[in-house]
Design a protein around this ligand. Structure first.
Ligand SMILES: [Zn+2]
Length: 135
């Protein structure tokens, strides 16, 4: 059974430790989420299932990465296994550290948020123009 491949859990951006989705494999023995998706695409679900840890597979499908959905990635920390935070002390410390960093760099933080808001309103504007042009 040890010849099954595990899938790396996409980390929160401030975390430097790596682990497999199931937590049972050494990170260097696990494939990335992108490699997993590629495997399923290339070999199909049935064949890929014969070589992939099912716990890793199900967890990969259940939880988004930070890149695709930061809110979902944080939700995993809260509601992961059994609907309660598994590692709440760690997350609590991390959130306090993030808040302290924001306080120290308030102007940069606000400027970054303004930039994100402008980018998203620019995207919205472009989508609207495309919709009007398509009529
Ligand atoms: Zn696994």
């Amino acid at each position: 059974m040890s010849d099954l491949d595990h899938v790396l859990r996409p980390p929160l951006p401030w975390r430097q430790d790596r682990m497999s989705e199931c937590g049972r494999a050494e990170p260097q023995q696990a494939i990335t989420r992108e490699e997993f998706v590629q495997r399923v695409r290339q070999h199909g679900q049935k064949r890929a299932a014969m070589t992939t840890c099912m716990t890793c597979w199900e967890t990969t499908e259940r939880w988004p990465s930070w890149e695709t959905d930061p809110v979902g990635a944080i939700a995993r920390e809260f509601y992961g296994r059994h609907g309660r935070a598994r590692d709440s002390d760690r997350l609590r410390d991390e959130l306090r550290a993030i808040a302290a960093l924001v306080e120290e760099h308030r102007d940069e933080f606000d400027g970054y948020l303004t930039g994100l808001a402008q980018t998203s309103s620019l995207d919205q504007h472009r989508r609207q123009r495309r919709r009007v042009a398509a009529r």
